[in-house]
Ligand binder design. Structure first.
Ligand code: DGL
Length: 259
């Protein structure tokens, strides 16, 4: 079973930011990545619809014999991972906004969180923020419109810059010293965010933590692939492949799949 692939899915191309972290520390693990771009953005959908999409993606990956599933999407994790874990036997790794490290390290006692509407309105997200609300001002901002722009390859467009400026200005005024990226599409925006944010604001995301957790769970369940041969990494999308190919630096083939 240890030679079986790791399955990874996201509402679209953003989860490749997580795949990259996983591949870096687990170079011998085969992976299958599903970009559900046809149904992006998840963040504007109802919880039940998000769960339905997650079930569809999970079943495809399980049919491909995946030994573990990484839900490389904050919106999907915060709205559906509990139900997925209850429904299937395979281990699931999820991703949530890194509120804890930001809240523990902030000196200005103000942090900003940029995430989708679906993540910010989820019960799981509220449970986490409630732990730090009394000591830290947490400024939540819905990143409406960002995911569709990343999906269409417009990371460096004027539209993106204008949108990000409008979301970040109130946070800067409120003296945040940490910005938490609560969506797996957002790490690709770091170069643009750095141009907008004052230097003393630290940007954090959960990518590396998810990769480490994936490794820890594989190890604990005796599922690590120790064959030491380079991994086979497959990428599928149910929409146009341009942005996905770009984010993978054209290093991997991307196949269209009707899932
Ligand atoms: N990458 C997804 C996330 O982490 C984007 C959600 C969406 O499609 O709105 O939340």
């Amino acid at each position: 079973m240890s030679k079986q692939p790791i399955g990874i899915f996201d509402s679209g191309v953003g989860g490749t930011s997580i795949w990259k972290e996983i591949h870096k520390i687990l170079p011998f693990e085969d992976t299958i990545y599903l970009a559900d771009s046809q149904y992006a953005p998840y963040g504007e959908k109802h919880k039940d619809q998000i769960l339905e999409l997650c079930i569809k993606n999970t079943e495809y990956l399980l049919n491909q014999n995946c030994k573990l599933i990484v839900v490389a999407c904050n919106t999907a994790t915060t709205n559906a991972i509990k139900a997925l874990r209850a429904k299937y036997n395979v281990p699931f790794i999820g991703i949530e906004p890194a509120i804890k490290p930001a809240a523990l390290q902030t000196k200005s006692k103000a942090i900003g969180i940029l995430a989708t509407r679906g993540t910010l309105s989820s019960e799981l997200f509220h449970q986490k923020t409630d732990l730090y609300n009394s000591s830290t001002t947490i400024i939540e901002q819905i990143g409406e419109g960002i995911v569709p722009l990343v999906e269409s390859g417009e990371i460096y467009s004027d539209e993106m810059r204008t949108l990000l400026k409008s979301y970040l200005t109130p946070m800067i005024k409120a003296h945040i010293d940490y910005l938490v990226l609560g969506c797996t599409h957002y790490p690709y925006l770091v170069p643009v965010l750095k141009q907008i944010l004052p230097k003393h604001i630290t940007i954090i995301d959960s990518g590396l933590a998810v990769a480490k957790q994936t490794r820890a769970v594989l190890k604990q369940k005796n599922l690590l692939n120790n064959t030491q041969k380079s991994a086979v990494c497959k990428f599928y999308t149910n929409s146009k492949s341009t942005a996905l190919k770009q984010l993978l630096n054209h290093n991997y083939p991307v196949a269209y799949l009707d899932f």
